[in-house]
Design a protein around this ligand. Structure first.
Ligand code: ATP
Ligand code: MG
Length: 200
């Protein structure tokens, strides 16, 4: 499974609907400083609900909504929305159709060659709302998290390696470096289960 495309709409510096295709093996994004490269990574963290632990660069969720006066600290118009869709190529059936249907709480999820995870944030005058969709079906963050975990994508995992992560891994103690490797290898999950079992 890999990211096939990303669709950003009104997200951070992407004031227009923008579709970014990804290759199967390797995709490099280049551009001048401040052109929005890191905003693309933020979009992935936002849509997949990985934001909290993986350091998305925004103080409030609503800072993620496009604001033409952003750099001048201008107050945006009252009702605003941003949306990001991550389109995963699942042709190799990393996730079975039944797993997707269970997470979506519906059998109406298509053939699941593609898994589309979409998140929308809406700001009204006095509140904000967040919505998740899985192949067009409205779901909760837990449904998305549970499904992604079955494909080895977790908030604690290193599916997204942020700026500074590599330096941190190099500078950390051998013990915590071992913990990170266990986490990546998927062993940590079993260690935690073993500990739980001993406690019981
Ligand atoms: P660098 O090479 O310096 O790392 P980058 O390509 O990663 O740059 P980003 O950090 O992705 O650049 O983009 C930063 C720009 O995004 C800022 O200039 C800021 O104006 C813009 N930006 C961030 N949030 C918003 C927003 N809500 N609305 C409009 N523009 C925004
Ligand atoms: Mg950057």
């Amino acid at each position: 499974m890999h990211i096939k495309a990303l669709v950003l709409d009104n997200f951070k510096s992407f004031g227009r609907k923008t579709r970014i295709p990804f290759y199967e093996d390797f995709t490099v994004i280049t551009g001048p400083n401040g052109s929005g490269k890191s905003n693309i990574i933020d979009a992935v963290l936002f849509a997949l609900g990985l934001a909290r632990t993986r350091g998305i660069r925004a103080e409030k969720l609503t800072d993620l909504i496009y604001n033409p006066g952003y750099d001048d600290g201008e107050r945006p118009a009252s009702t605003r929305e941003a949306e990001v869709e991550v389109i995963l190529d699942n042709a190799d059936r990393t996730l079975e159709r039944s797993q997707v249907a269970t997470a979506a709480g519906s059998d109406d999820v298509g053939d699941c060659d593609e898994i589309r995870i979409r998140r929308r944030v809406k700001q009204t005058e006095d509140n904000y709302y967040s919505y998740y969709y899985l192949n067009g079906r409205s779901v909760n963050l837990t449904d998305i998290k549970d499904l992604l975990a079955q494909a080895g994508v977790t908030p604690e995992g290193y599916n997204v390696v942020m700026q500074g992560d590599v330096t941190e891994i190099i500078n950390t103690t051998p013990h915590s470096r071992r913990e990170i490797i266990d986490e990546i290898a998927g062993v940590a999950e079993f260690d935690a289960k073993k500990e739980d079992a001993f406690e019981e």
